[in-house]
Design a protein around this ligand. Structure first.
Ligand code: SAM
Length: 273
């Protein structure tokens, strides 16, 4: 266990700095990511290098994106620094597509994510999914539960639908809050998100999927006949094999895709007329 006296850094709350301090867990995480020497691994928020150091052993080079310049200065003093390609940038605006073109190889993104940006970052990365091989992230337990939730569960919502639309998701490790410094209020879960190779889902337009799920979940306890009545008649829902008496939380990803594609086609026909 590393203790905080080793650190010449005061953790900043605004950057979600809860550092992993258990070296065995860090090793385990790297093992689960299973990096290969020539792969393009990108770490978001290396911080005090809990994952960066063990990861650097396995790869030719390691790309890191860190927003806090003080942490980057500390990183410069470390033995493995020569292996790093460092970006002093915000991961929320970083151009991952450019990185892909530079290397002509799909990228593997990982990190113990700052909890305050984890959801926005995942959604941002979905927009660049075609250049991503996989993502391995430590997340706040509640966020991870929302990602993997099935219809009918209380965590099921827009984030579950959009995440499962793009990726298959696996829980790799549960991590106790004691393993971080400073100790966060919540436990964490380390997960893998791998973009579908042969996706079970298809929508013509993901903006429509987002629009429909937004409308449905604005009132998650309302039945669909009411919550979606501006877009779908009761008869249309039945035609699409969706029970109008069900609630937003009971509809599968596939059914949301069906609703979105119906709207897409309908609007296309309106435009043609
Ligand atoms: N990887 C380290 C670990 O496991 O101990 C640090 C994890 S800490 C939870 C999150 C890290 O992300 C911090 O180093 C923080 O400065 C960095 N960070 C926060 N917001 C960021 C952003 N928008 N872009 C890039 N890095 C960010």
């Amino acid at each position: 266990m590393i203790t905080k006296k080793f650190y010449k850094h005061l953790p900043l709350k605004k950057y979600g700095q809860n550092f992993l301090v258990n070296k065995n867990i860090a090793q385990d995480i790297v093992k689960k990511i299973n990096p290969k020497f020539k792969q393009i691994l990108v770490e978001i928020g290396p911080g005090l290098a809990a994952l960066t150091k063990p990861m650097s052993v396995f790869v030719e080079k390691l790309i890191v994106i860190e927003i806090d310049p003080n942490l980057l200065n500390l990183l410069k003093q470390r033995s493995f620094y020569s292996k790093l390609m460092v970006f002093s940038e915000d991961a929320l605006t970083f151009d991952y597509i450019k990185l892909f073109y530079k290397n002509s190889q799909l990228i593997r993104i990982f990190g113990n994510l700052p909890y305050n940006i984890s959801t926005s970052l995942i959604i941002f990365l979905f927009q660049q999914i075609e250049v991503i091989q996989d993502m391995n992230f430590m997340l706040q337990k509640e966020v991870a539960e929302r990602l993997i939730a099935s219809p009918g569960s209380k965590s099921y919502g827009r984030l579950s639908i959009i995440s499962q639309y793009y990726c298959s998701i696996k829980v790799l490790l549960n991590v106790n809050s004691e393993e971080f410094w400073p100790k966060p209020k919540v436990h964490s879960i380390f997960i893998n998100l791998t973009p579908h190779k042969n996706s079970p889902y298809f929508v013509y337009d993901t903006n429509i999927l987002s629009f429909v799920t937004n409308l449905a979940f604005q009132n998650r306890r309302k039945i669909l006949r009411h919550s979606l009545n501006k877009l779908f008649s009761e008869k249309k829902l039945i035609q699409l094999e969706i029970d109008p008496k069900l609630r937003a939380e009971n509809i599968s990803v596939l059914q949301y895709c069906k609703l979105s594609n119906y709207l897409y086609k309908k609007n296309k026909n309106i435009l043609k007329k």
